[in-house]
Design a protein around this ligand. Sequence first.
Ligand SMILES: Cc1cc2nc3c(=O)[nH]c(=O)nc-3n(C[C@H](O)[C@H](O)[C@H](O)COP(=O)(O)OP(=O)(O)OC[C@H]3O[C@@H](n4cnc5c(N)ncnc54)[C@H](O)[C@@H]3O)c2cc1C
Length: 793
Amino acid sequence: MAVVQGDERDKVAAAASGRRSRGHPLLRGWRRDRYTHGMHPAQMEALRAMCGALIPSLPAEVEGHGRGDPPGGKDLERFYNASAADSIIPDEVTRPSSVAELMVTRCIREAVVLAWVVLWVLSTRVGTLLLCGRLCVSGEFPYVRKFSDMPLAQREAALQRWNKVRWLFPLRIAFAIVKILCHYVFYAMVNENSENPYWKAIGYNVEEPAREERKEATPSPPRSRPLDVGVVETRLLNDNALLRSLVGRGVTVKPSDDACHTVQCDAVIVGSGCGGGVAAAVLASAGYKVVVVEKGDYFTAEDYSSIEGPSMERLFERGGIFCTSNVTTMIFTGATVGGGSAVNWSACIRTPETVTREWAREHGLPVFGSQGYAEAMDTVCARLGLTDRCREEGFQNKVVRRGCEALGLKADAVPRNSSEGHFCGSCNFGCPTGDKRGTDTTWLVDAVSRGAVILTGCKAERFLFETNTNRTKKCVGLLATCSGDGGITKKLIRIEAKVSIAACGALMTPPLLRNSGLNNRHIGRNLHLHPVSMAWGYFPPENKLITGKCYEGGIITSMHRVTDRTIVETPALGPGAFAAMVPWESGRDMKERMRRYARTAHAFALVRDRGDGFVDGEGRVRFTPSREDVEELRHGLRQVLRILVAAGAAEVGTHRSDGLRLRLPPRFKKIAIAIKTLLDVSTMSVADLTGRLKEAEEAFEEPPASLQHEGKLYLLEEEWNSWRKNAAGAAEGAGMGADVAVHQVGHRLQTDPPAMNASAVARWVTGPESVGRSPRRSRLTLCKIKRRPRSGS
Ligand SMILES: Cc1cc2nc3c(=O)[nH]c(=O)nc-3n(C[C@H](O)[C@H](O)[C@H](O)COP(=O)(O)OP(=O)(O)OC[C@H]3O[C@@H](n4cnc5c(N)ncnc54)[C@H](O)[C@@H]3O)c2cc1C
């Protein structure tokens, strides 16, 4: 039993009582006692002015927007009135995890310098004139204003300009950094009561029934945790307690000098994620004394709060703020006991045979083609208890499934390591129901039951080598540091082992190897990230066919395979991540987007990339997808947009920075063109894009020549209207909206070949090769008649 002293005892008690109420204290609040950003007050003033323009205080009335959105009363008013320049951010005094703090502690050095310089420049009049031009000129002495003195409208206009400048890329990056952090803090941060004042207005709520049930069911005193028998939480222990705890768990501890404890074991493993956890279980069951070194902390289902800000802070690498060096790609990677498996999205897709064969043949790794590997995969799947059955799908997955069905595409059920009735919706912040079977509740449990020890809050700094007589090097263990809260180094631990395993993930293993003095040029190369491109679709609440909210239910329960390298799936985005990612056009637009948060479905195209990224160092990743990968991403994204449209979205868009989007339902041809245009991300200005859309629309005024061709069906307006009326009538009877009924009835009729006209109409709405004209604008609707293969084929 670990001996705990003074403060530490209080923390443990707090943690224990926290587990009894609403999650672990570390996962409930976002309080930091020290601030290290060191920004000058003048820079803070400029930063505050920027934040205030990004998220401004607005009058609450929202004319012409949010049609059909539920009235929010006071909450909505407070939401619209709130500004990011208010005292909570970026003021470091009242809110420690401020924009400035995150910027300095989480961004790479170059980005910090860049933002630092831009804020300096903006804190002066001359600098503001340089970056904002005429926008900062006033009619009164001294005629030029510094950024923080500019009126809101001018500041907003300046930000809009920076968001688009191609010729001044650094300014655009500085804008992106502040935009991401400011929105993340505004929507993910919580007060002492674990509440964010704006969540109600955007329809977000973390109090879910499952959590309530769990609370009542939780006995007092707290239950023992699955890994208690083997876990040593170094963050909570002083030196003596740490040593006693290690000895108590059967680890040999050698007498040490003041600088370092020395520990001996058979195998030391860095990282407790998917790789490290399985290795620990296998070695421990073979009778070896295993020590797992994990820099993150140990939390269980009882501890998880589902609250975005603090959960990201404690469970993810760099608190979830981790971008590639060019700020084009956001990366998430777990940093807690269980690694990625504790926070991932539960999809457990077996490696396809085509891939294992490729690894075996083309990369000279025969093990992947062996029977042994296939058996190992079976064993892992069995231990994780995979199922692809799902009792109820969440909103986003319903959208994907429905869109696929309407388009005649195949939507596959996704195997997951949780039960078929699992619906918690927040596995990405650690599953609060304990239903998800991550490494922390499976393989690591097996490992500790066979005597393995897990050191948490313990970071491997470097491997230790001895030179053999034949001048080759032999790894003899590693050196690790245990940190106290606040990152103060408490103690070095030297772990001597016959076998050392680096399993700290694709992003953290290379820096560890380099820090250990290894200089093979391949270390850090060939990084594959499986990049994703996202699109969104807004489904107004009155669309009763697809019910629910975007954060509810299993995260990935259905998917569509676009090609053998590209799949379409759905993400888990808390309000902070959502706001950080969606494009910013103006303060009002962003608030309106956020107001629709709960009913905005996201889906992404994920590509098995060919391009090779590079891990430069800790938190430094270079990644640019290859040309083919970009093509695959665009193709996948196009499919995502079609799926969203076909599912009945009222508005769709991507994450391109100028925020171009499409309100529906326009004519299908226009959608096809617009989807293509939406994807032309590289070179066009907004003016060009608007022009191109208009051109396309005008060109479509005339009936196409192909009208005369055989194999086409002419539908008169009356025919269309009567069909639509029937569909709507049927829908009304079933309590649905007419727009979605078109899809549903159409889908039913597609499997019924004699109903050719209706089928064709459905294809006008949903089909890929349709070239229809809106019945409103013309008396003719043109559809290709092609018998659709029966669904599923
Ligand atoms: C949000 C999210 C969603 C995901 N969704 C899915 C999904 O649905 N399906 C899927 O198949 N995959 C998913 N993944 C990916 C999957 O989780 C990872 O591929 C997998 O966890 C990688 O396993 P690993 O053992 O290599 O590393 P990880 O699981 O990342 O484990 C590495 C561990 O090492 C620790 N560590 C790092 N450096 C050190 C150090 N120096 N000292 C001590 N400890 C260290 C880290 O804290 C971490 O706990 C997701 C990942 C994330 C982050």
